[in-house]
Write a protein that binds this ligand. Structure first.
Ligand code: URA
Length: 295
């Protein structure tokens, strides 16, 4: 018969996290969960002024930001793995992100503010922030989803295999990587390259929107479905969206044409689809020509 308190299946728990894409421990110090279970229950914490919780430890395995992580006093005391938490969109953190981004007056200032923003958990698992690469004064801006492993190591967007293909696609329309501006919707690598959660996207959105506004390109290219959705709000999948001009409206109301196209990582897996991306890039070339000759 099972004892009253089953020992925690640590191996199973770690396997569960690994399969969910959580591959990085977030705490500098190991946490003894067995000892925690034996400790008497702590008094509930007083919330901080402004509705923020006390500084959370960097050990959340959730998908939100540190302010929605349970504090040690709130950590479940039973031996069983914690049930999945409902991540409540943290409106306060989104508001902080909006304020920080909207008041940045230059791309450099925006980069500093993004680096100082602690509201998104991804910052704490990533090695580096990938803000941008290329020429911020370019007429053409590419936006991907989120950095992968190589980007995380180098702190630059699109430097891995996808980036090499992107460079060749850019060259195919007569440009070079250093002539265009490149960024991501999310500037930090999600653990295990998992898809960013809607909350993470909302927390990072004010920064990429301000980045677009400050760079002020004539044409945007959304690389892949998540970037296309984040920039245009279009609900369709990328296979339906690609090749059709959409628009992005900046926070100050400027409307910029967006070409949604297939992500280079997808093209590496499905090379037969490259012909569609080629058509999309030719459309971008023609649009740039049209807009720059119009002045
Ligand atoms: N995929 C992306 O969306 N962005 C990168 O920077 C790299 C791969």
């Amino acid at each position: 018969m099972a004892s009253e308190q089953e020992p925690m299946d640590m191996e199973g728990l770690i396997r569960f996290y690994a399969e969910a894409g959580v591959d990085s421990p977030l705490s500098d110090e190991p946490v003894d969960r067995f000892a925690e279970g034996a400790r008497p229950k702590a008094a509930p914490q007083q919330p901080r002024a402004g509705g923020q919780e006390a500084a959370a430890p960097r050990q959340s395995f959730g998908t939100g930001n540190p302010s929605v992580s349970p504090s040690p006093a709130q950590t479940p005391r039973t031996a069983a793995p914690a049930p999945a938490r409902t991540v409540v969109p943290d409106e306060a953190q989104v508001a902080i992100a909006r304020e920080a981004a909207s008041t940045a007056n230059s791309l450099e200032e925006l980069r500093e503010r993004l680096a100082a923003f602690d509201g998104c958990n991804l910052k704490f698992t990533a090695k580096n922030m990938c803000f941008s690469d290329g020429d911020p004064a370019s007429d053409l801006m590419f936006i991907g989803e989120a950095p992968g492993r190589d980007e995380d190591m180098e702190g630059l967007p699109f430097v891995g295999r996808s980036g090499q293909l992107l460079n060749r696609m850019i060259a195919a329309i007569g440009l070079e990587r250093q002539n265009v501006y490149i960024a991501n919707t999310i500037p930090w690598r999600p653990p295990g390259n998992r898809t960013p959660t809607p909350l993470e996207t909302e927390l990072c959105r004010p920064f990429i929107e301000r980045q677009i506004e400050l760079a002020d390109p004539k044409v945007l290219v959304a690389l892949g479905g998540p970037a296309a959705k984040a920039l245009t709000g279009a609900p369709e999948g990328i296979l339906r969206l690609r090749g059709n001009w959409k628009t992005h409206t900046t926070p100050s109301g400027k409307v910029i044409p967006v070409m949604p196209t297939l992500h280079p990582a997808y093209l590496l897996r499905s090379p037969a689809q490259k012909r569609f991306a080629w058509r999309d890039f030719l459309g971008v070339k023609m649009k740039l020509r049209e807009l720059t000759s119009a002045g």
